[in-house]
Design a protein around this ligand. Structure first.
Ligand SMILES: [Zn+2]
Length: 243
C-alpha cells in the first residue's frame, strides 16, 4: 500500500482523538456503577432506619401484651374477692385466697416487666427518631450525589459526541485502506493502532525492527507494520500543542 507521511500525520490526529474518546467512554461506563453503589448505600441506610422503627414497634407491642396480662389478673382478683362471700366450706375459702394471692403476685411481676419495657420503649423511640433524622439527611445527600453524576454523564456524552464528530471529519481525509487497517489494529491492540519508531524500536511493544523496515518507515511511502504488535509504524515527531 502506497501512503505518504501526510496520511500518517492525519492518522496521528485520529489516534489522539481516539484516546480522548476512549477516556470519555471509560468515565461514562463508570457512572452507572457509581450510581448503583450510592443507591446500595442509601438502601443500607434505610434498612438501619427500618430496623430501629421495628424495634420500637415490637417493644410497644410487648408492653401492650404485658398490660393486657396485668389487667386480666386484676379482673380475676376482683372476681375471686366477690366469690369469697359465697363459698360454703373452709377449704374452698382457702383455695380461693390462694388463687387471689397468686394472681396478686402475677400482677406485681407483670408490673415490673411493664416498667422495664417502658424504659426500653422510651430509648427505642428516641433511637428511632434519631435514625429517621439521620436517614433524611443522608438520603438527601445521596440524592445530590446521584444528580451530580447524572449531570456529569450528560456533560461527558456531549463531549464524546463532539469528539466522535471530529474523528469522523479527520478520518474522512485518511485513505480508506489505511483507515481500515488502523481501525482493525486499534481494536485488536487495546485502542492503539499506531506506534512511533524510536531508533529501531517500536515504542508501543519495545521490539527491535529489521533494518529494512526502519529504512521504509523513515521514507514514509509504504505502510509498515511492527513485526511484533502489528501496529502501523511512523517516525513523525510528537507535536505538542502550544495551547
Ligand atoms: Zn510493536
Amino acid at each position: 500500500m502506497t501512503i505518504s507521511k501526510d496520511d500518517l500525520a492525519k492518522l496521528i490526529l485520529v489516534q489522539s482523538v481516539d484516546r480522548d474518546a476512549d477516556a470519555l467512554r471509560k468515565r461514562l461506563a463508570q457512572i452507572p456503577e457509581d450510581v448503583a453503589a450510592i443507591r446500595a448505600d442509601t438502601e443500607a441506610g434505610k434498612a438501619a432506619m427500618d430496623a430501629a422503627k421495628k424495634k420500637s414497634q415490637d417493644l410497644a407491642l410487648k408492653r401492650k401484651e404485658k398490660e393486657g396480662e396485668m389487667a386480666a389478673k386484676e379482673a380475676a382478683i376482683k372476681k375471686h374477692q366477690g366469690e369469697l362471700n359465697a363459698v360454703k366450706t373452709n377449704e374452698a375459702f382457702k383455695a380461693l385466697l390462694k388463687e387471689i394471692e397468686e394472681a396478686k403476685k402475677g400482677v406485681s411481676d407483670a408490673e415490673t416487666v411493664v416498667l422495664t419495657l417502658m424504659d426500653e420503649a422510651d430509648a427505642a423511640v428516641k433511637a428511632e427518631k434519631a435514625a429517621a433524622a439521620d436517614f433524611k439527611g443522608f438520603e438527601a445527600k445521596q440524592g445530590e450525589l446521584v444528580k451530580s453524576l447524572e449531570a456529569k454523564k450528560a456533560e461527558l456524552e456531549s463531549q464524546l459526541s463532539g469528539v466522535e464528530g471530529r474523528r469522523k471529519d479527520l478520518m474522512g481525509a485518511v485513505p480508506p485502506e489505511l483507515a481500515e487497517r488502523y481501525d482493525k489494529t486499534r481494536v485488536r491492540r487495546n485502542g492503539i493502532g499506531l506506534s512511533k519508531l524510536e531508533g529501531n524500536l517500536c515504542t508501543e511493544c519495545r521490539v527491535s525492527l529489521p533494518p529494512q523496515v526502519v529504512v521504509n518507515v523513515k521514507k514514509g511511502h509504504t505502510l509498515e507494520l511492527c513485526t511484533s504488535c502489528q501496529r502501523i509504524l511512523h517516525d513523525i515527531p510528537t507535536v505538542t500543542s502550544a495551547a
